[in-house]
Design a protein around this ligand. Structure first.
Ligand SMILES: Cc1cc2nc3c(=O)[nH]c(=O)nc-3n(C[C@H](O)[C@H](O)[C@H](O)COP(=O)(O)O)c2cc1C
Length: 195
């Protein structure tokens, strides 16, 4: 069975980004996939300490819950992330999580031994939701996702941005948004299975 790794960084369990993420995942489950949901806000982990120990062997020496996450990125068949906008970009939890892949950057660029090889053609999808209508905020978050994906050898197959949703549960009042995400999930799974 194939596995979709789903990264949910919002502190609001069942909030707007997690609701959208789960709708995307539902499409994967309907296609017979297993979903592995990681709630970043519930993880106990530190920010990258910039110790550069990983330059030696690509391994992070900070022994916390990120150590359980790295293997998931190696074994997953595809990836989806869903972030709320905070202060004009992805939320702090997700940025801290992304920065902990500095060891993967070292593995790819300094050691030339990436954990995921480009030829594996792994793909991911990004969903972003913010309260304000300004386009730039989700674009800022997506720019970081592009850098992240490039460094870990995942290809960004697509993204969706939802603006104007603030209260917890606001997105539930918008069936069009939910069906758009479900359809994107369906299309994504087909694309991954055909590649
Ligand atoms: C600390 C904080 C900062 C925020 N900053 C922004 C912002 O800069 N732009 C924006 O559009 N929404 C901002 N928001 C609103 C959230 O993006 C919005 O409520 C979103 O629906 C939350 O998603 P969630 O339910 O998945 O947590 C902010 C929310 C918080 C808690």
């Amino acid at each position: 069975m194939k596995t979709l790794l789903a990264i949910a960084p919002s502190p609001r369990k069942g909030g707007n980004s997690e609701t959208l993420l789960k709708e995307f995942c539902r499409a994967a489950e309907d296609a017979g996939w297993n979903v592995d949901l990681v709630r970043v806000n519930e993880m106990n982990f530190k920010a990258c300490q910039a110790c550069d120990a990983c330059a030696k062997d690509g391994q992070c020496i900070v022994k916390d819950e990120m150590q359980d996450v790295y293997p998931k990125f190696i074994s997953a068949d595809a990836l989806v992330l869903g972030s709320p906008v905070t202060f004009g970009s992805m939320n702090a939890q997700l940025k801290m999580f992304v920065d902990r892949f500095q060891c993967w950057w070292n593995a790819k660029y300094n050691l030339e031994k990436p954990f995921v090889k480009e030829e594996e053609n792994k793909k991911g999808f990004f969903i972003c939701v913010g309260a304000l209508k300004r386009k730039r905020y989700c674009e800022n978050a997506e720019e970081i996702i592009k850098v992240f994906f490039h460094n870990i050898n995942y290809k960004l197959a697509g993204s969706l941005a939802f603006r104007g949703y603030d209260e917890k549960g606001a997105i539930q009042q918008d069936p069009d948004a939910l069906s758009q995400v479900y359809q994107a999930g369906k299309d994504f799974i087909v694309e991954v299975e055909q590649s």
